[in-house]
Design a protein around this ligand. Structure first.
Ligand SMILES: NC(=O)c1ccc[n+]([C@@H]2O[C@H](COP(=O)([O-])OP(=O)(O)OC[C@H]3O[C@@H](n4cnc5c(N)ncnc54)[C@H](O)[C@@H]3O)[C@@H](O)[C@H]2O)c1
Ligand SMILES: [Zn+2]
Ligand SMILES: [Zn+2]
Length: 365
């Protein structure tokens, strides 16, 4: 029997989200229904609501979730009802060119559930990042479920499903931060602080946190920032100088832009050391442009300019490992949870995110 549950839906660009009855079908072949226990509120959910990702309204929001498998469809052999899982948006196919070359984190043919979740009038919902998890039960592809140690509570574990993984991976996978490196992170929300935690875990010795909000900079220190810079009233040259001051005037080896705006990317580009790395993990909107960047600057500064999609993670490899590090006390994942809210609190959580009051609001079911 399909479920009818209350879910958080974004019906139109820029409009407040609403709670709607969502029909969740029984799982088809290769699919699973998961009882969502917790789902974090990510900035990407807000990007969807603002029309910054695409125009495929209505969206079913929520995608940073953990829960228990409720039902599995035909042919699902590696999951069973009761399994404790983190949902992911990278269920790799195993057969595309990227997968076959041994780089499955670039898989361009990832699996999502084939059946749609709908409103009661049959309108198909577009699930955020192919997940859709601000509701009691959700339908996903079985490959979107990664089993982890159930000793990690859902509100904490679920955050690995998106933003925290993206930030950790931006540092340890994409940026390949290693022992003794210097790192700067621009934008210290959930994603940026995870990048700081990742740089700390990897052994970076200098970690510069840059944000326009002093509260965020205070939290960044809890994750391992050694220096903080409030860039609210600073010019690009000032921010670059602040990065150099913290690194014996060289500039950091790796600068991670967890905001994703032309001005922050330029700070990263000019702030890093010669032949240093820029990692863009914040998501720009389609209208943003880099203007007037001299091509000679690309050439003469060398190094590597990268983007990080989901922290170049491989859920099956990274989620269990990171949960284990958390349970061993070596990765403070619980510090990302600023508040726990009900499923009716997402719109207010967007407000608090907008005002910088939270790292992560987590909806609990
Ligand atoms: N690449 C990926 O796979 C991936 C995954 C998840 C999220 N994201 C993106 O990462 C970004 C950050 O997400 P979040 O959840 O941490 O958001 P957030 O809103 O919690 O954090 C953003 C932070 O940036 C700061 N900030 C804003 N403008 C700034 C500026 N000009 N200079 C310095 N700091 C500034 C804010 O004060 C805030 O602390 C978003 O764009 C989100 O869509 C990317
Ligand atoms: Zn693939
Ligand atoms: Zn997200």
């Amino acid at each position: 029997m399909p479920y009818e549950v209350q879910g958080v839906v974004s019906r139109a660009k820029g409009q407040p989200v609403t709670l709607e009855t969502v029909v969740v079908p029984d799982p088809g072949p290769g699919e699973a229904v998961v009882s969502v226990q917790a789902c974090g509120v990510c900035h990407t959910d807000l990007h969807y609501r603002e029309g910054g990702i695409n125009d495929e309204f209505p969206f079913l929001l929520g995608h940073e979730a953990a829960g228990r498998v409720d039902k599995v469809g035909a042919g699902v052999t590696d999951l069973a009802p009761g399994d404790y899982v983190i949902l992911n948006w990278r269920a790799v196919c195993g057969t595309c060119r990227a997968c076959k070359r041994g780089k499955p984190w670039y898989c361009f043919s990832t699996f999502n559930a084939e059946q749609p979740m709908t409103l009661t009038d049959g309108t198909k919902l577009s699930p955020a990042l192919g997940v859709g998890a601000f509701l009691d039960k959700t339908l996903v592809h079985s490959g979107q479920c990664t089993k982890v140690d159930e000793a990690a509570e859902p509100a904490v574990a679920g955050l690995l499903g998106c933003g925290v993984m993206a930030g950790l991976g931006a540092a340890i996978n994409t940026g390949a931060v290693s022992r003794g490196d210097s790192v700067a992170v621009i934008g210290c929300g959930g994603v940026g602080d995870a990048a700081i935690a990742g740089a700390h875990l990897a052994g970076a010795t200098t970690i510069v946190a840059i944000d326009t909000d002093d509260r965020k900079l205070g939290w960044a220190k809890d994750f391992g920032a050694t220096h903080t810079v409030n860039s609210r009233n600073l010019t690009e040259a000032d921010v670059v100088a602040a990065m150099q001051d913290a690194t014996h005037s060289f500039g950091p080896d790796v600068v991670i832009d967890a905001v994703g705006r032309p001005e922050t990317w330029r700070q990263a580009f000019y702030g890093r050391d010669l032949a240093g790395t820029v990692v863009l993990v914040g998501v720009p909107t389609p209208d943003m442009k880099l203007n007037d960047l001299p091509l000679i600057d690309f050439f003469s500064r060398g190094g590597s300019l990268k983007s990080s999609w989901y922290g170049d993670c491989l859920p099956s490899r990274d989620f269990p490992m990171l949960v284990d590090l958390y349970l061993q006390g070596r990765l403070p994942l619980d510090k990302f949870v600023t508040e726990r809210i009900g499923v009716d609190g997402v719109e207010q959580a967007f407000e608090r995110m907008h005002h910088g009051d939270v790292l992560r609001s987590v909806v609990e079911f």
